[in-house]
Design a protein around this ligand. Sequence first.
Ligand code: GAP
Length: 439
Amino acid sequence: MTEKTENKMDKIVSLCKRRGFIFQGSEIYGGLSGTWDYGPYGLALKNNAKDSWWKRFVTDREDMYGMDAAILMNQNVWKATGHVGGFSDPLAECKKCKKRFRTDQIPDKKKCPDCGGEMGEERQFNMLFKTNVGALEDENSISYLRPETAQGMFVNYKNIIDAFHPKLPFGMAQVGKAFRNEIAPRDFTFRSREFEQMEIEYLVDSKNWEESFEHFRKEISLWIKEVGIDDDGVSEHEISDEDRAFYSKRTIDFEFDFPFGKSELYGLAYRTDYDLTKHSDASGVNLIYLNEETKEKITPHCIEPSFGLDRTVLAILSSAYKEDELGGEKRVYLKFVPKMAPVKVAVFPLLKNKPELVEKAREIYKIIKKEFGAVEFDDNGNIGKRYRRQDEIGTPFCVTVDFDTLEKGEGVTVRDRDSGKQTRVSENGLVAYLKEKIQ
Ligand code: GAP
């Protein structure tokens, strides 16, 4: 990691805390490693990304079925998929400093990367969070916090087929929390123990898997552009036969140049009929697909585009983070695409102590808020400070009510976040002007 990029990550983490995007989980108790709490702006950004994903991949399509399955699932689900037996990472402990590491992520398995001490023996560490359901703690009451949203969809395959009779190809989509007891959570929210995924299990006739795989490959790239992730920083990494999960016949990782280095953002995998076959065998429930026209019975194969929501937020933040000089002053701003911005418009009276300006600004604020929802009114400090604050949270437009608004009826000024340029816009034309810019 270079000093420059390390620096950028620190600056993003600090901005996220200072401006109410993301905080360390359980901070006042010294934190809980690998957990993060989203504050108002972080939550708004995350929801904007989630809503755009849902629109693009579910509501704008005719072949997708939305789901919201329970996080706690019957333990047999995870036995059938192999998670109980094998959802592990290799772990070893330093004999000297007692720190634990994932041995596939350190340069020398025998030497501690922190203190140089001798590393202990490597063992497999299962990442499932185990719990018990109900009042009895025995073998039968064991359950796990799901480590991926995917299985909530596979186990509902039959329900979707019975309720909707979809034609192949069709998909099930879900957004929700996943939990992994990561050995070494790292790089802010990048590797967390509790995180959100947005996943699709797209079921196809095995003859046509390549067509759907290519379709989602393009869709992922379009989505990356849509949310303002810098696509120059995105690259596709074809996972080799040796490195691929054993059930996958093809996997592409979409990697992003995060400030700490190039790392996985999303995955696209051809999971074959592995999951449906395993669940059918283990549950004894027939999970075949009957083609009503040809009467052919098949087990559908699955193409799985899998998106981490927290990594999406981190990639958006890292793409948007900018420093420049405006009017001779250094500033930091977040260059979000308008639809991702937590606040779309801020409205100010030029001066706080002039009631007539405040009243007019409030009147305009109410109209704009009704239209765009995420709108702030701010009369704290001087106008320069307010601009800087809005720049730091990435608000694309600031509307100021000044004396010309009141005395000459000359409308308001609209300041553009990126250029700092101010344009006079008539009061009547303001909503339409902002609508065009934002949408
Ligand atoms: N259902 C397939 C699956 O879960 P994965 O590659 O393990 O595949 C999919 O995870 C995506 O979930 C990753 O590309 C990443 O965006 C996100 N993800 C995985 N582990 C994560 C973690 N510990 N913290 C944050 N995001 C994570």
